[in-house]
Design a protein around this ligand. Structure first.
Ligand code: DLL
Length: 431
């Protein structure tokens, strides 16, 4: 099995555009009539449902932001009667009001289909044993991949995150072949598998890793350590969770499930729509969801879109690996710094993906420290050897970022491991 829904995944691009146009006009008519904030925003912009005849008219519609959702919390954007909604999921945000997303049975079906496409693209079949080690509950990772794996008919292990000993025991005893979790937890599991001498006992062939930024270097490191192929998967709670897009065997970006979501790239500063190939913020419009069909939702995620033919045969457009978030970008002494740039620099020098960026403000000046774990070889080095490594890293980062961090090599395994999304940045200036 190469595709889960070949008729859509490999459809001519013109046919996809046709489906999008039809579905977009229908959903806009529906939300205009049933969701007060949409009606208000469209009226303010002077757009009527009849102005949206095809996907080419999308740009006429107003954007929706996380603040809009927070202002209308919890039910303001619900587009169906409450009795038709059967599930909520919520964002992992730790500050302020969370965003709550609603699903009808139909919406859950679509979500599971999207995740099933990702499982099949990673080589999953009904012969596979899929270990789902994303968190379950309000977080969408566990329920999403669980549903996708079920659909494919794989034997599904609903492990949730944490309890690493038990994860490894089940992985070995049940011969799990596909692992689904955050890349940082995958890196930790890989490290533990090697440390406990379990490399020969695991049968993993693939991993489906997403929910947080990770670099190509980190991918290669995980793949090499445990001998698997690692696939990226993207999504956000507001749009439906994992499976908005997924990677195929080519590993050059994630195919967007365009029969359900229309993607645009915009300039985050002006809102102007940019052509394919430009770097900008990705914006999604849900065209098949009943309960929570977000229109032109500003994700704040930065990437590039491409509709180049893919060797896997899928025609769905691809989004690149995420290059950062417009709101996660750190501005340190006036310079824009993305955590992903730092990760790539560390990993290209053979350093671990366990790092932390600590920013503070002392006497009105930003301080910028990067802590990274030493490799075992460095750990046995002399003090002057370690400080030479620190100086070399500082110089490399200065030339890449245009600003000089204080690099501190810390002992192996001293940075707290994450079972879900890793905490890469501690910005004490905001506290
Ligand atoms: O993280 C959904 C998810 C679960 C995706 C499991 C993939 C796998 P939220 O908690 O709402 O939902 O966080 C969404 O996480 O806007 C991105 O900034 C980031 N993110 C998600 N996938 C990736 C990825 C889930 N593959 C936010 N690479 C998004 C980089 C990602 N960042």
């Amino acid at each position: 099995m190469n595709y889960y829904q070949e008729e859509v995944e490999c459809a001519p691009r013109g046919a996809i555009r046709g489906i999008q146009s039809e579905r977009l006009s229908a959903v806009i008519r529906r939300v205009y009539d049933s969701v007060a904030p949409y009606r208000k925003k469209m009226d303010e912009k002077g757009v009527k449902p009849e102005d949206i005849k095809s996907a080419d008219d999308l740009h006429k519609l107003p954007f929706t932001t996380k603040d809009d959702l927070k202002d209308a919390y919890p039910y303001g954007f619900l587009a169906v009667p409450l009795k038709d909604a059967v599930r909520i999921q919520s964002t992992s945000g730790t500050t302020g009001k969370r965003v709550v997303a609603f699903f009808t049975r139909h919406d859950l079906d679509i979500w599971e289909d999207c995740c099933a496409r990702a499982v099949v693209a990673a080589g999953g079949t009904d012969e596979d044993v899929v270990q789902v080690s994303y968190g379950y509950g309000l977080f969408t990772g566990g329920p999403g991949l669980n549903g996708g794996s079920h659909r494919v008919g794989s034997l599904t292990l609903p492990m949730s995150s944490g309890n690493t000993e038990r994860q490894l025991q089940f992985m070995c005893d049940l011969s799990a072949t596909i692992l689904c979790c955050t890349p940082s937890y995958a890196a930790f599991l890989a490290e533990t598998i090697v440390a406990q001498g379990l490399r020969d006992q695991i049968k993993l062939k693939a991993g489906i890793f997403g929910a947080e930024a990770w670099s190509e270097e980190m991918r290669r490191d995980i793949e090499k350590t445990i001998g698997i192929k690692a696939y990226d998967i993207y999504g956000l709670t507001e749009i439906s969770g994992p499976g908005v897009s997924f990677e195929c065997s080519e590993q050059t970006g994630m195919h967007i499930n365009e029969d359900h979501f229309i993607a645009e790239i915009i300039d985050p500063a002006t809102g102007e729509v940019l052509p394919y190939g430009s770097k900008g913020e990705i914006v999604f419009t849900c065209i098949t969801k009943d309960a929570f069909p977000l229109i032109r939702y500003r994700t704040r995620d930065i990437c590039v879109l491409s509709a180049e033919p893919c060797s896997c045969g899928r025609t769905l457009a691809k989004m690149s690996r995420l290059m950062g978030r417009s709101d996660d970008m750190l501005i340190i002494r006036g310079v824009n710094v993305f955590p992903s740039q730092i990760e790539a620099a560390l990993m290209s020098r053979g350093l671990s993906s366990n790092y932390q960026i600590i920013v503070d403000r002392v006497n009105h000046t930003d301080t910028f420290e990067v802590q990274v774990e030493m490799t075992p070889e460095m750990f046995s080095d002399t003090v002057s050897g370690v400080s030479a490594h620190e100086d070399e890293l500082t110089a490399a980062m200065r030339s890449m970022l245009g600003i000089s961090p204080k690099v501190r090599l810390v002992s192996p395994k001293s940075i707290t491991r994450s079972e879900g999304k890793a905490v890469r940045v501690i910005d004490k200036r905001k506290i």
